[in-house]
Design a protein around this ligand. Structure first.
Ligand code: ADP
Ligand code: MG
Length: 249
């Protein structure tokens, strides 16, 4: 059920790796049911932000609230059950498993016990749901093939289907359009629109501006670990700081 208000709030988030400050005092909020983009040059701290939200990294300072709860110190393996799914900038698929099995694993992302259960002959309902997701991302005809046999664009779609399989409230997508052809980007655009229409909140890290500008309601711009701007696509497009740091290159 979608309720109005903020689904995700980052407050004063700071991440240090030894002497390097990857994120500095970062605050922003994501409205429920919206597509919110996080953009900025390479090294700006976008993936690190994702790694904090999905709890792979511990922030040095600051807090993260999700769906009314303080999740700053939650365990990473609790996040799927809470409704946070993600894809990775570098693909993280189970290459030897079939396309369908990769999605089935997504439906049971609750630790090792879930993993064994997922690979047993799946209950019909779960299997149907996984197949429905493969249909949506255009991979149904590939369901029995090993994931490693898919071309790059299809592997990215498979990652998306696996993330969708947890029925997330929040979907964190790290450069989903990178390396895709125009036709594939259009398909991705449609899928993300549909998901948002169904009430899934999407936080999107992406360099493909055609996609970012077309589907985002709000954009946060980072540079060298700090937020340098936030606004609608129109405001961001004409923001001098953003053009100088990123878009104008
Ligand atoms: P982006 O995704 O915006 O390109 P990242 O979040 O990947 O940027 O990286 C931000 C900065 O943090 C970079 O300088 C990167 O080298 C550094 N960084 C990211 N992860 C680690 C890590 N695990 N250890 C050390 N430095 C890291
Ligand atoms: Mg990154």
């Amino acid at each position: 059920m979608s309720r109005p208000g903020k689904l995700l709030s980052l407050q004063g988030l700071t991440v240090q790796f030894g002497g390097l400050t990857a994120i500095k005092d970062l605050s922003f909020e994501v409205e429920r049911g919206t597509v919110h983009a996080l953009i900025g040059p390479n090294g700006a701290g976008k993936s690190t932000t994702f790694n904090c939200i999905s709890r792979y990294y511990d922030p040095t300072r600051g807090s993260i609230r999700f769906d009314g709860a303080d999740i700053t110190h939650r365990r990473a393996d609790e996040m799927a059950a809470m409704g946070v799914a993600r894809t990775f900038q570098n693909l993280e698929l189970f290459n030897e498993l079939s396309v369908l099995e990769n999605v089935l694993l997504g439906t049971y992302s609750h630790g090792a016990r879930g993993l064994r259960r997922a690979l047993k002959p799946a209950v019909a309902e779960t299997r149907e749901f996984a197949e429905h997701l493969l249909q949506r991302v255009g991979l149904i005809d590939y369901r029995r093939q090993p994931a490693r046999g898919l071309d790059f664009g299809r592997q990215k779609m498979l990652e998306l289907a696996r993330a969708m399989a947890i029925r997330p409230k929040l979907l964190l997508l790290d450069e989903p359009a990178a390396g895709l052809r125009n036709r594939e980007i259009d398909a991705l655009d449609n899928i993300l629109r549909e998901l948002a229409g169904e009430g899934v909140t999407i936080l999107l890290v992406e360099h493909v501006m055609q996609l970012v500008m077309s589907i985002s309601e709000r954009i946060t711009v980072m540079s060298f670990g700090e937020k340098i701007a936030e606004g609608s696509p129109q405001e961001i497009r004409s923001n001098e700081k953003v053009i100088e740091a990123y878009l104008g290159k």
